[in-house]
Design a protein around this ligand. Structure first.
Ligand code: C2E
Ligand code: CA
Ligand code: CA
Length: 375
C-alpha cells in the first residue's frame, strides 16, 4: 500500500538516524515526481524504533515503529518521530477516546454552541458560527481540536457533520418563529437572530463526499431554510489538499446558493491560481495573526496583505479571534468587513445566545441601532 519499511544497519546512534531521515529521506520523497506529464507531490510521515532499546524482536520493533509513524502522521506532515513510552500511552488514550466518540452521537453527548459574527462598522449581528461541543460523561468536556481529528480519521465525521448541518438548519428555522411581544398591542417584531446566517464548518471528508451537495439540497428543502443563509467554512489547507476536486464541489455548492468561506486563511499554502477560480464569498483571517497583530509587525503585515488580496479577488474579509477593542478598531480601519471573537462574545449555548443578541441589538431600535452602535 502506501507504507514502506526501511531497515538501517550499523548506525552510530539516534542522531545519525534522525539526520538521515530528516535531511535525506523526507526531502527526497517531498520532491515533485514527474509522472506522465504531471507533477505529483507526496508527503510522508516516519516512525522510528531502535533495536535493542525499543524491542527485542522484529514484531515488537515493527509494532513500535508503526505506533510512532501513526503519531507522526497525526502530529503533522513530513514528520519523523521516535518511538517512546508515551507513544503507547497516547495510542491507548486515543483508542479510548475513539470508542467513546463512536457512541457520542446516539447518546446525545454532542451539542453545538454559536458564536456571533458582526459587521466591523456598526457592530451589527450578521451571523453565527456553529461550533461542536462534546461532553462525555466518562472523559469530561473534550475540545473539538482533540476529537474532530479522530472523527476525521475514522470516517465518523460524515455522520457527525451531517448531524451538525441538520441541527444548524433546524435552529435557524426556530429563530424565524421567535417573535417578540413588544407589549404594544399586536406589534410583534422578529428576534435579531431571525436575520442571521449560520456558518457550519466542513471537513475535507465531507467535501469529498459525492452525496454532500444533494444531502444539503434535501436538508434545505426539508427545513425550508433559504440557501443563502447557510454558510460553509472549509479550511485553507483542506481545500488546497485536493484543489481540483474541491473546485468542482465548491462550484456545485455555489449553484445551490449557499455561501462559502475559506477558514484559517494564511496558515496553509494557497495556490493563488486556485484561489481565483474558487467561487467563494469570504476569507477568514486566521486568529493566530489577529491575536498579536497590534504587537507583532509581521502579523500585522500578514493581516493587511490578506485583506488586500481578498479585496482584489472581490471577497469579504472576516477576522476571527478578535479579543479586544483596539484590535477591532484597527481591523475596521483596515477595511476588514466582519469581526468575530471573545471581545464580542464567546461561543454560547442557544438560550444564552438569544439573550446576548437581544441585549446587543434591541429589536425595537433595530435600524437605528445598526447605524449608531459602537463596540
Ligand atoms: P475554527 O473553525 O477556526 O473555529 C474558531 C475557534 O476559535 C473556535 O474554537 C472558537 O471557540 C475559537 N475562538 C473564537 N473566538 C476566539 C477568540 O477571540 N480568541 C481565541 N483564542 N479563540 C477564539 P473551538 O470551538 O474550540 O473549535 C476549534 C476548531 O474545531 C474549529 O476551528 C473547527 O476547525 C473545528 N470544529 C468545531 N466545530 C466543528 C464542526 O462542527 N465540524 C468540523 N468539521 N469542525 C469543527
Ligand atoms: Ca470556522
Ligand atoms: Ca478559523
Amino acid at each position: 500500500g502506501d507504507e514502506f519499511v526501511v531497515v538501517m544497519r550499523d548506525v552510530a546512534g539516534r542522531e545519525d538516524v534522525q539526520q538521515l531521515v530528516e535531511r535525506r529521506l523526507i526531502p527526497l520523497i517531498r520532491q515533485s515526481h514527474p509522472v506522465e506529464g504531471h507533477e505529483l507531490n507526496v508527503s510522508c510521515s516516519v516512525g522510528i524504533a531502535v533495536y535493542p532499546e525499543d524491542g527485542s524482536d522484529i514484531d515488537e520493533i515493527m509494532r513500535r515503529a508503526d505506533a510512532a509513524m501513526y503519531e507522526a502522521k497525526t502530529t503533522g506532515r513530513d514528520m519523523a518521530l521516535f518511538y517512546s513510552a508515551e507513544t503507547d500511552q497516547r495510542a491507548v488514550a486515543r483508542q479510548t477516546m475513539e470508542q467513546h466518540l463512536r457512541r457520542a452521537l446516539e447518546r446525545e453527548e454532542l451539542s453545538q454552541q454559536y458564536q456571533p459574527r458582526l459587521s466591523a462598522k456598526g457592530a451589527r449581528l450578521l451571523g453565527v458560527e456553529a461550533l461542536l461541543r462534546w461532553n462525555s460523561p466518562v472523559l469530561g468536556a473534550i475540545p473539538p481540536s482533540e476529537f474532530i481529528p479522530i472523527a476525521e480519521e475514522t470516517g465518523m465525521i460524515r455522520a457527525i457533520g451531517s448531524w451538525v448541518l441538520q441541527q444548524a438548519c433546524e435552529q435557524w428555522v426556530r429563530w424565524q418563529t421567535l417573535a417578540l411581544d413588544t407589549g404594544l398591542g399586536d406589534t410583534v417584531v422578529p428576534h435579531p437572530l431571525a436575520h442571521v446566517s449560520i456558518s457550519v464548518n466542513l471537513s475535507a471528508a465531507q467535501l469529498s463526499d459525492p452525496l454532500l451537495v444533494s444531502d444539503i439540497q434535501a436538508l434545505l428543502a426539508r427545513t425550508g431554510m433559504p440557501a443563502h443563509r447557510l454558510e460553509l467554512e472549509i479550511t485553507e489547507s483542506q481545500l488546497m489538499d485536493n484543489a481540483h476536486a474541491s473546485e468542482l464541489q465548491l462550484a456545485a455548492l455555489k449553484l445551490l446558493g449557499v455561501q462559502l468561506s475559506i477558514d484559517d486563511f494564511g496558515t496553509g499554502y494557497s495556490s493563488l491560481a486556485y484561489l481565483k477560480r474558487f467561487d467563494i464569498d469570504r476569507l477568514k483571517v486566521d486568529k493566530s495573526f489577529v491575536h498579536d497583530m497590534l504587537s507583532n509587525p509581521a502579523d500585522m503585515a500578514i493581516t493587511r496583505a490578506i485583506i488586500a488580496l481578498g479585496h482584489t479577488l472581490g471577497l469579504k474579509i472576516v477576522a476571527e479571534g478578535v479579543e479586544d477593542l483596539a484590535t477591532a478598531q484597527v481591523l475596521s480601519a483596515l477595511d476588514c468587513e466582519e469581526l468575530q471573537g471573545y471581545h464580542f462574545s464567546r461561543p454560547l449555548p442557544v438560550a444564552q445566545l438569544e439573550a446576548w443578541a437581544l441585549q446587543h441589538q434591541p429589536p425595537l431600535a433595530h435600524e437605528r441601532e445598526a447605524l449608531s452602535t459602537g463596540w
